[in-house]
Design a protein around this ligand. Structure first.
Ligand code: FES
Length: 216
């Protein structure tokens, strides 16, 4: 809390998005340690020199069970890889649900062109997202199967940001009427083979500038 207070005071007003990311990272790290909702699989972690350089990270997705999600780190950001079930994919296409979204067709450039589709990914069954809320930078929580009332009523599930209540679906598309203005970012990535994703590198002949994204 001491860090939070001093950071805010430096700017003499409301916390900026950068401040909030700093504050929220520490806060959510504690939540994650308790809940262990998102296991890190050791062999999926790149070596320290790769992380330090911000280079590509290869992930074996064959170990992710259907309905489960893992988190890897790329460029010091959490990257979620979600193995979505057929039921979840059906929900992503249900117009009753998509009518509640702010940008259902992903018109805002929060993803590379090769992920500008209804599933916002290269392969429908694997969602790959930067896990940082587009409001003020909290790390949303993963709710693949919410109850009728938890964490909020009448929501099909996906990602919920506890900081100010923003909701995203299982493709990271933000709901209308919440504080977050944009869909969750999609990082550059491609499949090296059927079971290996390389995060941080576009598919061949698909050069895209990750820094052109609207809101990280
Ligand atoms: S940081 Fe405000 S809703 Fe996520």
């Amino acid at each position: 809390m001491a860090n939070s207070a001093s950071t805010t005071a430096t700017h003499g007003g409301e916390p900026t998005r950068r401040d909030f990311l700093f504050i929220a990272t520490a806060t959510v790290a504690t939540v994650g340690a308790v809940a262990t909702l998102v296991p890190l699989i050791d062999q999926m972690n790149p070596d320290a020199s790769t992380l330090a350089a911000g280079g590509p990270v290869d992930v074996d997705v064959s170990k992710i069970g259907e309905g489960s999600q893992i988190v890897v780190r790329w460029r010091e950001r959490p990257i979620w890889i979600y193995h979505r079930s057929k039921q979840t994919l059906d929900m992503l296409q249900n117009t009753k649900d998509t009518s509640l979204l702010s940008d259902p067709d992903s018109k805002a450039m929060q993803q590379p062109p090769y992920a500008q589709n209804w599933h916002r990914s290269v392969k429908p069954e694997y969602g790959v997202l930067v896990g940082i809320c587009t409001h003020l930078g909290c790390i949303p929580l993963f709710f693949p199967n919410p109850s009728a009332t938890t964490p909020v009523a009448n929501w099909i599930g996906g990602y919920f940001c506890p900081c100010h209540g923003s909701k995203y679906d299982a493709a990271g598309r933000v709901y209308s009427g919440v504080p977050a203005p944009y869909n969750l970012p999609v990082p550059p990535y491609h499949f090296l083979n059927d079971t290996t994703i390389r995060i941080g590198e576009d598919p061949p002949n698909n050069a895209w500038n990750f820094d052109s994204i609207l809101q990280l």
